[in-house]
Design a protein around this ligand. Sequence first.
Ligand SMILES: Cc1cc2nc3c(=O)[nH]c(=O)nc-3n(C[C@H](O)[C@H](O)[C@H](O)COP(=O)(O)O)c2cc1C
Length: 185
Amino acid sequence: MGTSAREPGRSAMSFDSNAFRFALSQFATGVAVITARGPEDQAIGLTMSSFNSVSLDPPLVLFSVDRRAMSLPAMLAARGYAVNILSRAQEGLSNAFAKSLSDKFADVEHTVGHAEAPLLHGALAHFECEPYAHHDGGDHVIFIGRVLRFSTAGEGEPLVFFRGKYHGVSSGDQRAPEWPLPIPS
Ligand SMILES: Cc1cc2nc3c(=O)[nH]c(=O)nc-3n(C[C@H](O)[C@H](O)[C@H](O)COP(=O)(O)O)c2cc1C
């Protein structure tokens, strides 16, 4: 699975890493919690802003996981995972699932989906995936998932992550791009 063009972590950064992170943080994203079931049947969950769509046919999505994440070995071994797109009301879940070595699923309402991955209640959307590829992404591993099933809440505001802080969106200020996106509103 996947390709490896370079060994991770070998190239010295030629610019300031804080400045680089700050520049990257100008790109506003949503927030997702990636969930899965590990080899010992344990529930896994990680907060991710690196979620993105990749392909419509086949239906592919991606996210990238820090090589230092405690859950990485279990994520690599999982038979599938779910992407839970958080709503503005789920900031607490975003914080909880970003904490290593904690009981992340205590009091978190969920059902289970493909490969027993937890589906978090109240999410704006769920994407249930099977692993499609893992790629070297430097100090991260890029996961590409093939979407088997999805569901959409159809209401609720997204949780937005921008310049290192959570935001909501002002739904009064919206305009369609002048590019024909085939997304029904
Ligand atoms: C808003 C937000 C976005 C995050 N995005 C990512 C990400 O895209 N990739 C990543 O590896 N970690 C990301 N993190 C950090 C991870 O959530 C955190 O390191 C991880 O959940 C630790 O899990 P562990 O128990 O596997 O160590 C993010 C954290 C927050 C609060």
